[in-house]
Write a protein that binds this ligand. Structure first.
Ligand code: SF4
Ligand code: SF4
Length: 474
């Protein structure tokens, strides 16, 4: 027996594989270490991210189809309102606009929401606004500057849905109409503040879009609260003509200002007004102005004094508004998602609201230090205090201008649409006997005395709604 045969005995037959296994384990343990050596971790301290250019996404085809529809519909609505004076045509176009821009295209893009994109683009140079959104915002304004609010007459889906449900509109008391008529300007100011302070960042919806009462119907999906709000507006709209348009719509506020200085506008009589008063109560939107009566010298003097006082306190109203607005900064900032989240995390007491619990959980999972979030919230409070001062000043300005506007008397010799409030719906056309002469339904417009005897048997609002089914026969 050789020396080797002694070493490789029965026990060494077991020990051999153990050695091989041990070597393999050692090798596996060493390999990662070798790999670490070969690929040293990168050092990011001096690294600068390279400038990258992201190509613009292709323009969405349907946005341009919508834009084409908007341009054609605006032209058609203007023609129907100012040239053809066709209420029936305007109603038909309203139905088509509601179907296309509302239900088919989900109420988006819409010029009302585009206000916020424009505001954000002005405040933030890095924000790029698609051309279609700019055009959607600007086209109805341009048309309003030349021809009045024909966009509201038959193109806007929100206006259309309210126009169609206004079957028994009642007259809102003047004082209430004036007070509520300030709200669209306040809403406009608030929407601009929220858009310029980045409330729409992190894909959070802009406020106008979030609280659009009708978009839930268009998309056939919305929270219960928003559906109830939309339903409320529709039910209210049965008795109060276009409540959202008159008392909330911020785009309507812009169109109102443009329409006031429009080059042309719808007229109630096609030719000369014979002051028969038949149209006096025809407008469910309180947009018909009566001819003015001559004032006594004493009344004129009183009016001038009132105007002088108002002009004197005007700057004070604006200043008080700005100061009060400054103190609303913290409250306003809660609309910003980051400030709201900071408050939730700081309290860490979301109650039973699952959404709040989820938000806190999601924040924790990011492993961001809460202090960073609080610092952001503090910065937002300051930003909103500044923006709140602007908003308060804006509200003061709106109130001041309204009071001055009400105090200035303008002479009128005939019944005229109020260029700001009139939405060019054409309901009043058929109340005018001159219009019926134009349409060839009667041969002579009755003189005022004859008309007044029969006029109190007023045409119903149903008649005004069906318009060309109208009130006169040949
Ligand atoms: S006022 Fe506003 S909601 Fe109403 S029709 Fe005009 S843009 Fe549309
Ligand atoms: S067109 Fe006539 S009824 Fe319609 S809003 Fe103007 S004034 Fe009122």
């Amino acid at each position: 027996m050789s020396h080797w045969s002694l070493v490789i005995g029965p026990s060494s037959l077991v020990r051999g594989p153990v050695w091989v296994l041990s070597c393999l384990v050692l090798l596996l343990a060493v390999l990662p270490a070798a790999a670490v050596e070969r690929f040293r971790p990168p050092d990011f301290t001096e690294h600068k991210l390279p400038e990258t250019t992201t190509p613009e996404p292709p323009a969405p085809f349907w946005d341009y189809v919508d834009l084409g529809y908007l341009a054609v519909a605006l032209g058609l609505a203007t023609h129907l309102a100012l040239v053809r004076r066709s209420r029936r045509g305007l109603l038909a176009l309203s139905v088509i606009s509601l179907a296309w821009l509302g239900f088919r295209r989900d109420g988006c893009i819409c010029p009302i929401g585009a206000i916020q994109n424009v505001a954000e683009a002005v405040a933030n140079p890095n924000y790029v606004m698609p051309f279609s959104v700019v055009a959607f915002f600007a086209l109805p304004i341009l048309v309003a500057l030349f021809f009045g609010r024909t966009f509201c007459a038959a193109v806007c889906p929100l206006g259309a849905v309210q126009e169609l449900v206004a079957v028994r509109p009642l007259r809102t008391p003047r004082w209430l109409d004036h007070c509520l008529g300030l709200l669209p300007y306040v809403y406009l100011g608030a929407a601009v503040v929220f858009a310029t302070t980045g409330t729409g960042e992190d894909r959070a919806p802009y406020v106008i879009c979030k609280y659009d009462p009708f978009v839930g119907f268009f998309r056939l999906s919305a929270s219960a609260t928003m559906l109830a709000l939309g339903l409320g507006f529709l039910v209210l709209g049965l008795f109060v003509g276009r409540p959202y348009c008159r008392y909330l719509c911020p785009y309507g506020a812009i169109l109102k200002l443009c329409s006031r200085v429009s080059k042309r506008h719808v007229r109630i009589p096609p030719e000369e007004c014979i002051k028969c008063k038949l149209c006096e109560d025809a407008c469910p939107y309180g947009a018909i102005l009566e001819p003015t009566v001559e004032q006594s010298p004493r009344e004129r003097l009183r009016g001038r004094r009132r105007l002088a006082i108002l002009l004197a306190v005007f700057p004070l109203v604006v200043a008080v508004g700005a100061v009060l607005g400054h103190f609303t900064g913290v409250a306003l900032s809660r609309v910003h998602p980051q400030a709201a989240l900071a408050e939730l995390v700081a309290k860490d007491d979301p109650g039973d609201v699952q959404a709040d619990i989820d938000k806190i959980e999601a924040f924790r999972n990011t492993r961001r230090p809460p202090e960073e979030l609080y610092a952001k919230a503090r910065a937002l409070h300051e930003q909103f205090a500044y923006a709140g001062a602007w908003l308060g000043g804006w509200i003061g300005l709106v109130v001041g201008v309204k009071l001055v506007h009400l105090s200035v008397r303008r002479r009128r010799d005939e019944y005229q649409p109020d260029r700001g409030n009139c939405v060019s719906c054409g309901r009043c056309f058929w109340y005018c006997p001159e219009e019926q002469v134009r349409a060839g339904l009667i041969t002579v417009a009755q003189p005022p005395s004859a008309v007044q005897a029969s006029s109190r048997a007023e045409p119903t609002s149903d008649a005004s709604n069906t318009a060309e089914g109208g009130c006169a026969t040949k």
